[in-house]
Design a protein around this ligand. Structure first.
Ligand SMILES: Cc1cc2nc3c(=O)[nH]c(=O)nc-3n(C[C@H](O)[C@H](O)[C@H](O)COP(=O)(O)O)c2cc1C
Length: 200
């Protein structure tokens, strides 16, 4: 089958997110105008490039993470792992501005070095980021959509010592979780290597 804007009835739900899968989950920490910490998971999230290490997350609607990051010029990204899946899920609750999802989920605040925004202390890895740009998306006809991108650059990286093996971040040990479609998630648990064609 194939289709355009009109999805066939056979497909009860849009498989778009199930096909762009697995998606890493950027667990975004911000501070609101009063300095109250905010936390939320974003799977429309990814790295853009390295050196400088830059990444983005996309907000469907002007959500707190986007508004706070834009206003403060900074945010954190914590790695969402299998051990923290319930906390990650709790932090996705739609709550009023000024209610800290760190507190709701019973998560300790990790102490940032370069910026003021905390991260998830229990996470094996986290980034402190400064905002490079924000952008409201358009559709293919040039109309603005209710989708907002936040671009950031990593200014400090935190890794819990237990997760460094042979000079590398130990992904298999960290067991990051990824978003698929529907209510589905996956855990990174089997890691394997390939050499690039030019490598010996
Ligand atoms: C695993 C997961 C991934 C999510 N990814 C996104 C996303 O990419 N963009 C988005 O707008 N909302 C996403 N959400 C929903 C937000 O987390 C939710 O709306 C949350 O309340 C936003 O919090 P905030 O307003 O404090 O930023 C996701 C939820 C979950 C559980």
């Amino acid at each position: 089958m194939n289709y355009g804007d009109e999805r066939p009835e056979l497909l009860k739900y849009d498989p778009f997110k199930a096909i762009i899968a697995p998606r890493p989950i950027g667990w975004i920490g911000t501070l609101n105008a009063d300095g109250v910490p905010n936390l939320g998971p974003y799977s429309f999230f990814n790295g853009i490039g390295s050196r400088p290490n830059q990444l983005f997350f996309s907000s469907e609607g002007e959500k707190h993470s986007y508004l706070n990051a834009k206003a403060r010029g900074e945010f954190t990204v914590s790695l969402a792992t299998e051990a923290l899946k319930d906390e990650m899920n709790i932090s996705s609750a739609h709550v009023e501005d000024g209610v800290s999802e760190f507190e709701l989920a019973g998560l300790e605040l990790g102490k940032p070095v370069e910026i003021a925004t905390p991260f998830v202390a229990a996470s094996p890895a986290a980034f402190e980021c400064v905002v490079i740009d924000t952008m409201q998306m358009k559709d293919r006809f040039g109309n603005l959509t209710d989708r907002y991108l936040t671009f950031g650059e990593v200014v400090r990286t935190h890794i819990a010592d237990d997760y460094i093996s042979n000079g590398r971040f130990d992904s298999a040990r960290a067991r990051p979780i990824a978003r698929l479609g529907y209510r589905d998630y996956a855990t990174v648990e089997s890691v394997w290597q390939l050499k690039r064609p030019q490598e010996k």
